[in-house]
Ligand binder design. Structure first.
Ligand code: F0G
Length: 365
C-alpha cells in the first residue's frame, strides 16, 4: 500500500531505498511536559516518545528499512539477538514482508510484552542460557556462516532508518521554538541510536542544512549495572571495555558490549555531549515522573529523564538549555515493571456501600 512520504518514509531522500516494508512507523509525538520541565529546571523540555511506534519502540524505524533491504537481497531467514524490542519489531516486519524470523533472547530477562509480540508475530524464539551479548555473538556467527541475515543494529540499514528520530526532533523543535534543541538525552544499550543520530546530523552539516554549532549535544544514559559506555566516556577512552556481568531493572539496556561504540563514542565527543549512569531507583522515579504527565514508558526509556535530572543537578546541563529526551519504548512492553512502580490494586466488596466505606477509609466488614 502507499505509505510513501509519511513517517520514516518522509525522509526517503536520506534513506537507501525509496520505500520499505511498512506498518506506518515514525512521526511519533514530541510531547510538552510543563511540570517536569519546571521541576528539572531547563528552558525547554520535550519528550520524543518512540513508544508510539507500531510495535511500541523505535526499532520499527530501523526494521522498515532493514527488512526491506533483506527482501530486496532475497535472503531466507532473518535473525536477531534481543533484549526484547528488536525481536518484537523483527517478528512483526518479517511477517509483513513474508519472511521467516529467528530471535535469540536471554532466558528470563525479557519483559513479558516483548516475548508476547515475538510469539504472536510468528518468530521462532530461542531462549538462550546467557545474556544479550552472548546471544549477539551467536547471531553474528550464524550470519557469518550464511545461516541467517542479521538485523541487529550492527546492520547499517537499521541505523539508516533510525536516523529519522534525529530528523524529526530537529524539525519539531524548529517548528516550536525557531531553533534546534541544545541537547538530546537518550538511553544507551548497544549505542545504535547514538550512532544513528550522529550520522543524521553529520549528513545535515555536510549538506549545508545545519551549522556545526547547531548540532545537539548527544548525551547518553546507562543503568549503573550496565554502563560500559559511561566508563569509556569518563576515562576519555577510544574503546569500550566489555562488561561480562550486567544487571538492571531496565532489561532493554542490560548490555555489556555496546557494539556500536566505535560510531557512538565520536558522536558524544564531537557534539560536546557526555554520558552518565543512573540507578534502578532513579529510573523508576523518572518512570513515575513521566507517568504523572500522562506518558507511559518502559524502564529503559525513563533512564533518559533520570539522566537529565542528574546532569542538571550537577550543573552539567545549564538552566537555559532546550532539551529533548528520547523515550524509546512503551509502558505496556513491561507490565510487571509498571505494576511494581505504581499503585497497589485494592480488594473491595462488590457493593457500592462497601466501596464508599473503603474510599472513606473505614473497614466495612
Ligand atoms: N531503549 C529501549 C527500550 C531498547 O529496547 C533499547 C535496545 C535501547 C533503549 C538501547 O538502544 O541499542 O540504540 O543504544 N534494545 C535492543 C533490543 C538491544 O534487543 O531490543 P541502543
Amino acid at each position: 500500500e502507499d505509505f510513501s512520504g509519511r513517517g520514516v518514509w518522509r525522509y526517503a531522500d536520506a534513506l537507501p531505498l525509496s520505500e520499505g516494508v511498512t506498518t506506518q512507523e515514525g512521526a511519533t509525538p514530541l510531547y510538552e511536559v510543563p511540570r517536569l520541565e519546571a521541576d528539572v529546571g531547563v528552558e525547554a523540555l520535550r519528550i520524543k516518545h518512540e513508544g508510539m511506534n507500531p510495535t511500541g519502540s523505535f526499532k520499527d524505524r530501523g526494521m522498515t528499512v532493514g527488512v526491506a533491504v533483506a527482501r530486496e537481497l532475497g535472503v531466507g531467514r532473518l535473525a536477531c539477538a534481543s533484549t526484547g524490542n528488536t525481536s518484537a519489531a523483527l517478528a512483526a516486519y518479517g511477517s509483513r514482508g513474508g519472511m521467516e524470523t529467528l530471535v535469540l533472547l536471554p532466558a528470563g530477562k525479557v519483559a513479558a510484552g516483548k516475548v508476547g509480540q515475538a510469539a504472536l508475530h510468528d518468530a521462532r524464539i530461542l531462549e538462550v542460557d546467557g545474556n544479550f551479548d552472548a546471544c549477539l555473538d551467536i547471531v553474528r556467527e550464524l550470519a557469518e556462516r550464511g545461516e541467517a541475515y542479521l538485523l541487529n543494529s550492527l546492520n547499517p540499514f537499521r541505523l539508516e532508518g533510525q536516523k529519522t528520530i534525529g530528523l524529526e526532533i530537529l524539525e519539531g523543535f524548529r517548528d516550536d521554538y525557531g531553533a534546534f534543541p541544545d541537547r538530546i538525552v537518550l538511553p544507551v544499550g548497544n549505542a545504535g541510536n547514538t550512532a544513528a543520530l550522529y550520522k543524521a546530523f553529520r549528513e545535515l552539516v555536510q549538506a549545508g542544512a545545519v551549522e556545526e554549532r547547531e548540532v545537539p549535544k548527544l548525551t547518553g544514559v546507562q543503568a549503573e549495572g550496565a554502563a560500559p559506555m559511561v566508563e569509556a566516556v569518563e576515562n576519555g577512552a577510544d574503546e569500550v571495555r566489555r562488561w561480562e556481568e550486567v544487571e538492571t531493572r531496565a532489561t532493554a539496556i542490560r548490555i555489556g558490549n555496546p557494539v556500536n561504540a566505535p560510531k557512538a563514542l565520536p558522536g558524544i565527543r564531537e557534539t560536546g555531549g557526555t554520558a552518565i549512569a543512573v540507578s534502578d531507583d532513579e529510573i523508576t522515579e523518572a518512570q513515575r515522573d513521566l507517568a504523572a504527565e500522562g506518558i507511559g514508558v518502559e524502564p529503559a526509556s525513563a533512564a533518559s529523564v533520570a539522566g537529565l535530572r542528574k546532569l542538571r543537578a550537577a550543573g552539567i546541563v545549564a538552566d537555559d538549555e532546550r532539551v529533548a529526551c528520547l523515550t524509546t519504548g512503551h509502558l505496556l512492553k513491561d507490565p510487571d515493571a509498571a505494576a511494581a512502580a505504581g499503585n497497589e490494586p485494592e480488594p473491595v466488596p462488590a457493593d457500592t456501600g462497601g466501596i464508599l466505606a473503603h474510599l472513606e477509609g473505614r473497614n466495612s466488614s
